[in-house]
Design a protein around this ligand. Sequence first.
Ligand SMILES: Nc1ncnc2c1ncn2[C@@H]1O[C@H](COP(=O)(O)OP(=O)(O)OP(=O)(O)O)[C@@H](O)[C@H]1O
Length: 359
Amino acid sequence: MRRRDEAGTAAKAVEARGLVKVYEGRRDRQVRALDGIDVSSNQGEYLVLLGPSGCGKTTLLRTIAGLERPTEGEVYIGGQLVNGLPPRIRRVAMVLQSYALYPHKTVHSNIEFPLKAENVPRHLRERKIRWAADLLGIPDLLGRRPRQLSGGERQRVALARALVREPAVFLLDEPLSGLDAKLRATTRDELKRFQRQIGTATIYVTHDQEEAMGLGDRVAVLDAGRLRQVGTPRDIYDEPADTFVATFVGSPPMNLVQRANRLVGFRPEHLLPAENVAYDSRVTMPLRIERIEYLSGDRHVYGTVTKIGTETRVIARLPATVVTPLAPGETHEFAVPGDRLRFFDAEYGIRTAPVRIGG
Ligand SMILES: Nc1ncnc2c1ncn2[C@@H]1O[C@H](COP(=O)(O)OP(=O)(O)OP(=O)(O)O)[C@@H](O)[C@H]1O
């Protein structure tokens, strides 16, 4: 292994530089799954890779793990170049969508398996299994087989099996996707606490933006093999780098209205009846109301805005504290606080400097 010289700075847990991965498809059709990715994760950090299906998340994780060979670019783990090194000596532990536990082995034997493969002596194996089982709250399950476990318990066993190898990095590929909504929420919380406790750098793949925003110290948004933005959940939400990020993150997504060569963006929760927005900073626009939905106490108002740009369908999300009476068919004056407007280049979708809009 070659250690990269980087005077004065602590080595990143993982660093990908200029990663390109081209899959050779049938009839010479190539898929450029990774198209020049530069991303790094810090020691102890929870980095989430977020993007739509097929954007290259799994390929990136597999390339870091050493399960795929990059077409171009380098992977460093703990500051060491690992290109060409097999997965088992990269000190990464990957937990997949399907937990892939051995069905005929007990939980104990499942967790023990990687230690046996590395010829760890028996007394040390036992100590590590105990430690991991205690940490994940599964010491009572050691005698069971996978089919006697719930989805959440299986997931913890898979984590315990990854943990006993004491990896430098955890790579988790949609580990919660097999769980129902309620269990996902509690397991998500457990995962985060567990990661804080052991302090191991974790890279977590998901296409679920809520999961990404809830779990990530930082979120890396991918689209079509490219990295669109890396930042804290707050940055990603409040300061999206382009229209892809602006509309992929947030539900309902950011509204975008074309005005000359710009797109003016504003989040649904910032578009409110004008009387609820401080007078001196607001940009007003008439909203022709088409439909109103009541969701968890909020009102989602669907309609069309005019005046600030091209006539566009938008969504406003009104909290229960906004009591203005509204009805479909009416046109009402709405407004957005001026500092909540975001501007993008209409052709390329890239964020631009603010433009003054009267109103
Ligand atoms: N072994 C392979 N051979 C050819 N093409 C592949 C191979 N693996 C992945 N791809 C293609 O590469 C692209 C990226 O796939 P990848 O699995 O990394 O996406 P993803 O973001 O993880 O998607 P998902 O969320 O659906 O799992 C897709 O277009 C996919 O069809």
